[in-house]
Ligand binder design. Structure first.
Ligand SMILES: *Cc1c(COP(=O)(O)O)cnc(C)c1O
Length: 368
């Protein structure tokens, strides 16, 4: 039995001393928001760290998603995945767009490219895939479909900070990619988010949209929103960014230990990571098979009773929530893989500082 509750994630905070010089500068300059010096520095630093050319910072990832759809003037219907955090589909409803759910691939848990074409209608204008758990979508196949049908592609890359494929950052794919820097994510500014743009022109439009549509003091070019990241958030981001190497190394070690500890438990499956990619180890999902001696929900309850607050990411499916379930594409029969995975998955705790002893206790609980 562990003494303190263990959550699925624990925010990784910098030593307060590291942050204080930044706070002193903010207090001295009185520049608190509206694109101050730390905001500008974090945009540059993230471009360099992630290996992308254009980033717009946001107050959170959901506003980034909503704004990305506005920036590309997406309307009508958008093809998306039911296996994600609910903000993915909510961003469509906030834009008056109809989500069309398509099933996922059983290996990657991402939108299954083979099932996208059948869901395209004359109203379809875009695809909104998610790199779930930081595992890359099949970006090549998705782009090919988008090119054939003249669709935009916006990636919800909220889980994919720092992830690379053979060609570099996976954030370069599609028309735009969205990041979240929420407290539960690999890289956090408490709340925060970003849009990665392919060119300066698109970034400029997004920067107008996140600031009420202001292009200059007297010119408003669009009904924009207030999506700005403030100087405090940007300062936290600059301090956190310096420590990312250590964060990823720790996460990788925890991932490896779980794989060893759980490898021979009948009915427990640890989905493999994709080959030859820079991964961020943002989540550790396991699947509880029908050959395990307890149901998924019994195991989940058992973990909680022992102070391990694992999460069923993602259960329920987005398509099961009241504002989505009446859609024809939301029927379980249309989403057999997503429904099945959603009923088997448990995400185990993974964060820098998770003690080996806690991992051992968890593994023992799952084994016995
Ligand atoms: C966290 C998350 C979001 C929302 O980000 P916020 O910064 O919390 O608004 C969107 N999509 C996915 C897949 C997420 O995990």
């Amino acid at each position: 039995m562990n003494d303190e509750p263990v959550y699925v994630t624990r925010p990784y905070l910098p030593p307060l001393e590291d942050l204080l010089p930044y706070l002193e500068q903010i207090w001295a300059s009185r520049q608190l928001t509206n694109g101050g010096p730390f905001h500008e520095r974090l945009e540059w630093a993230l471009c360099e760290y992630l290996g992308v050319e254009h980033i717009s910072l946001f107050a959170n990832g959901t506003l980034a998603l909503v704004t990305a759809l506005q920036a590309l003037r997406v309307t009508g219907e958008v093809i998306t995945t039911p296996y994600s955090f609910v903000a993915t589909a909510h961003s469509l409803l906030w834009n008056g767009i109809k989500p069309v759910f398509v099933d996922i691939d059983p290996e990657t848990f991402n939108l299954d490219p083979a099932k996208i074409e059948a869901a395209i209608s004359p109203q379809t204008t875009a695809i909104l895939p998610v790199h779930v758990y930081g595992r890359s979508c099949d970006t090549g196949k998705i782009q090919k479909i988008a090119d054939t049908y003249g669709l935009k592609v916006i990636y919800d890359a909220a889980h994919a900070f720092g992830v690379e494929d053979e060609g570099g950052s996976i954030l370069r794919h599609g028309d735009l990619s969205i990041l979240s820097f929420h407290a539960t994510k690999v890289f956090t500014t408490f709340e925060g988010g970003a849009i990665v743009s392919p060119d300066e022109k698109t970034k400029r439009r997004i920067d107008y949209l996140k600031n009420f549509g202001f292009a200059d003091e007297v010119t408003v070019v669009a009904p924009g929103i207030n999506g700005k990241m403030n100087e405090f958030q940007a300062a936290v981001g600059l301090v956190q960014l310096k420590r990312m190497e250590g964060v990823l190394a720790e996460r990788k070690a925890i991932d490896g230990r779980y794989r060893k500890l759980l490898s021979d438990i009948p009915g427990i499956y640890c989905p493999q990571l994709p080959q030859s990619k820079l991964h961020n180890y943002s989540y550790f999902p396991i699947l509880v098979g029908s050959d395990y001696f307890l149901s998924r929900d019994r195991l989940y309850a058992r973990l909680r009773e022992n102070g391990f607050y694992a999460r069923r990411y993602f259960y329920p499916l987005i398509s099961e929530f009241p504002m989505y379930r009446a859609l024809p594409s939301a029927r379980a029969a249309n989403l057999p893989v997503a429904s099945s995975i959603s009923n088997q998955v448990i995400a185990l705790p993974i964060y820098p500082g998770l003690p080996d002893s806690v991992q051992n206790m968890l593994a023992n609980l799952i084994r016995n």
